[in-house]
Structure formats: structure tokens, C-alpha cells
Design a protein around this ligand. Sequence first.
Ligand SMILES: *Cc1c(COP(=O)(O)O)cnc(C)c1O
Length: 372
Amino acid sequence: MINFLDLKEINARHADELKAACCRVIDSGWYIAGEELSSFEKEFSAYCGVKHTIGVANGLDALILVLRAWKEMGLLCDGDEVIVPANTYIASILAITENRLRPVLVEPDPHTFNLSLEGARSAITSKTKAILAVHLYGQLAPMPELMALANEHALLVLEDSAQAHGAQLNGKKAGNWGHAAGFSFYPGKNLGALGDAGAITTDDDDLANVLKALRNYGSHKKYENIYQGVNSRLDEIQAAMLRVKLPYLDGEIARRQQIANCYLNGIISNDSLTLPTVVEQTAHVWHLFVIRTTKREELSAYLHQHGVQTLIHYPIPPHAQQAYKNKIEHGNLPITELIHENVMSLPLDPTMSDDSVDLVIRLINDFFSDNT
Ligand SMILES: *Cc1c(COP(=O)(O)O)cnc(C)c1O
């Protein structure tokens, strides 16, 4: 059986180090906002090439709190428009609506699944204040172009980097392009904790300062509250787990890229099967390997029959979810809807063996040679 993602196997490789780090925290007697967090924040900042990392409880909070901080700083107001790709995971949209801002859903580039310069440009109105660029499936959105557009119109840019730790373009990593970025360390992400965790990265000192208060009841100094903050903290145990795993991230990304290249070279595309488009080798860290196929049900049934698990990211677009029924204004979104009807994710994680990769390739090619 080739599982879609083998979390047990992924963490088993670091078991001794993880257990030692866990014991270190238990024995320290300090469990929130201590040395592990401040060290992880420094290490992750160095990794991304940014000035500040602010650890928070999860990826959704990271996105929510950046927008919230920009409101506290007077840079955003209720009802301001935020441009966002329509085909993202719902968290990106929730961060906008949670802050009483207006998501403006934009059709993605159908080849990269990311926001395009033209798409973003055509959505700008006099009420647009920010762009939330999502690096979907692990590939950087076209950040040089989007940043130039944002500068031209004085827009804030927030990167949803939850799927793209370590992705880079022109030597600059995800989390280092926009004015701020949100990361998730959910266990299944490319850098995963052993529970929930997230972080914000930014070069902006003022923003970092506001965020450090917001995540902690709006307080810099115990029992003095400047903002009506929240409790969203990255605890010491999870920070310690992440410190163990961060040094292995680049090696794991390299293995993901190797597997993705095998898929790209080995799987034969045809009229009913499209392989993902890679803009630039280093820009894609392959959180997910997503193909498009008009024979999704048949192909996934065939693969399951032969012991290969596949998933769909995502079956229903945010605007079609019951949660947003009649709650977000949007035009027709045919590209987004088509994407959700025909995407399928193949198994890809750094522990996957070459034999498993070859088997997946062979099964897919066999399926289409019998079915075209
Ligand atoms: C996982 C994810 C999030 C949310 O992260 P959590 O840690 O689960 O809250 C946000 N955006 C995208 C694109 C994601 O994939």
C-alpha cells in the first residue's frame, strides 16, 4: 500500500532527536514563550532571510493576525477589498472575512494554479488595499510581478506560505517577498510540528511589535493590555520539535523535487491528463503533486485498486461552500470550478521509495494506454 502521506515514517526518522528535545522541554519547567520559541523564531528568520518571525498557534491565525495588525495600525479598515485567488484553501478566505474585509475572488492561472499578474491587475478597484498571494501546492506565486503591481497601487501584500516553506525565486524565499507572510506547521505540511503551530514572517519592525502583543492578549507587559488581543501562541514543545526538523527541510525539499521530476518525466500526458507546470525548479517545493484529469473517478479507483492512495485538493472551492453561500459577492468563476472538478493529488513525501514512485508512474501510464 502506498499511502498518500506517511506521517509516522516522516517523524520516525527523527525520533531520537524529537524525544530528546521533548525531554529537554519537560525538564526545563518552562512551557510557553521561552527559549525554544525565541530560538526557533531566530532560526526560522535566518532560514527565510527575514528580520522577524512571530510564532503563533496555527497557520490560519498567522493570516488572521497579520490582517488584524494592519487594522490596528490604521492601514486597513472594515470593508476594504483584498484580492485573493478563488481556488485557494478556505483558510486564506477565512482570514479576510474574519477581519470584516472583503475577499475579491480572482481566477487563477490554470497552468500554475496561482494568481496571475493580469488576474490581480484586473481586480483592482479604488477600494483595493491588499493582495493575499497564495503559493498553492508549494509553488511561489509570480511575486516579482505582483510586488511591482502592489507598489504601483500602494497595496499591502500578504503571502499565504502555508504550503511553500523554502520555495525560492531569484534567491529569495517564500515569506520574504510580501510585507508579511503566514506559515503553517500543521503536521502534514513540508515543515510540520507534532501538533498545531504557525508563524508570521516580516521585515517590518512595527508590524512585528504589534503582532507580538496581539498573539498574547494584546499585551507586551504582563497585565497591561494595549489591544483586544487573542491567545495564539506557539508552545515550547512544538517550537522544540520544529527546531529538530528545520535543519532537515532542505534535504527533504530536494527529495520532493527529485520525486516530482520522476513523475514529470515518467508520466505520459495525453488529452485527458495534464501534468503540473513548473515555473522555475527552485520555486516549487512540491507540497502537493497535482495533476488534472477528466477521468478522475476512474483513475483514482484504478490506483486505489492497485494500492495507491490519492486525494483531491480541493473538492469544493471556497465560494461554493455552504459557509459562504450568498455571503461573498463574486462573478462567474469557470476556471476555478473546472480546477476543482478535475484536480487529483498523487502521493509524494520525502520517505517515498524509488520503487513506489516507479509503480505510481507505471500504473498511471497503464491506465491511460488501456483507456484512450
Ligand atoms: C494549511 C493551510 C492553511 C492553514 O494552516 P493551519 O495551520 O491548518 O491553520 C492556510 N492556507 C493554506 C494554503 C494551507 O494549506
